[in-house]
Write a protein of this length. Structure first.
Lengths: 152, 152
DNA sequence: TATTTGATGCAACATTGTAGCATTAGATGA
DNA sequence: TCATCTAATGCTACAATGTTGCATCAAATA
């Protein structure tokens, strides 16, 4: 299995995830979680919105931002700075660990690189406190590649 | 010397750098390069603008964006996604290599971690082309630290 | 010094995300 | 089931960061 596809194990039901964190189980939250769980890669706000539209789930732009923010606060999802301006969001799974991401500079997609850990190879200077490391590789994805869309 | 301070060797004169890349030697470009060369850490557009103001150098917001963009295109500067919304810019030096950066989640500053290379620890899946790796560590800088400003 | 064209400066616009606040609807207990 | 409480929602506005178009200016060159 290619390392950038979705995990195959059964996801935790959205309603349970939400309730376990003491949040109200609402239409938008359920749908957002399900969209992220079904996604094979981290999605931008816009991509989530499109998925909700496709699923016929009405939603407000601001509410969606707030739902995503809440998921991140609760540790249910994680926010990734792709290098473009918009955040991308991925659901955290049981066997989760911090991994690198790949940003395709041609099509803009963000993919997970489960096999590549996001860690620093050396210690920080004295006085610094490390919270987390974010590693983003840039280039062209397999779909865009040399022969692909938008190649120069 | 702490690893996040500016390099001490004499910088290439701005006019030469610009001319060497076939660009026109203009007030804004010279000033921007000098500001970046003098900076001890990557600066945001806003920080560059403030430095120009402080130096009494008139400048337009858009022109500054374009000057920075040109420097990056020419390989004179490098653009860093700090994890916040605004880009940060650092000048490339002779002995330059891709290093990690540190983003202080309290004060928002971006610092260079010259000793920590930005590289992937494993190969990409087949078909992927790597252009560059960006490694950003997040946490609290020495100034903010446990005892510092805004500590919880 | 005149000419050419890259760079600038301005206005308008685009994208992405936030704040305030009245209203709605989950959760809870009677 | 119904009433109640308040977390979420859904508006409208606004903020931050960047981009586009285009007329004008000035750096390089002859």
């Amino acid at each position: 299995m290619p390392q950038h596809t979705a995990h195959s194990h059964t996801p935790v039901p959205a309603r349970e995830l939400i309730a376990a964190h003491g949040g109200r189980v609402t239409r938008t939250r359920i749908a957002v979680i399900e969209v992220l769980q079904a996604a094979s890669h981290p999605l931008s706000h816009d991509e989530v919105a499109a998925a909700l539209d496709a699923g016929g789930i009405a939603h407000d732009r601001v509410t969606l931002y707030r739902a995503l923010e809440w998921l991140v606060e609760q540790g249910i999802a994680r926010r990734i700075a792709s290098g473009e301006r918009a955040w991308h969001f991925e659901i955290r799974r049981g066997d989760d660990h911090r991994h690198a991401h790949f940003h395709c500079d041609r099509c803009g997609q963000v993919l997970c690189l489960e096999d590549i850990p996001a860690t620093a190879s050396a210690a920080l200077p004295a006085g610094f406190e490390l919270d987390r490391a974010e590693l983003v590789l840039h280039g062209a994805c397999a779909d865009c590649g040399r022969n692909g869309v938008g190649a120069p």
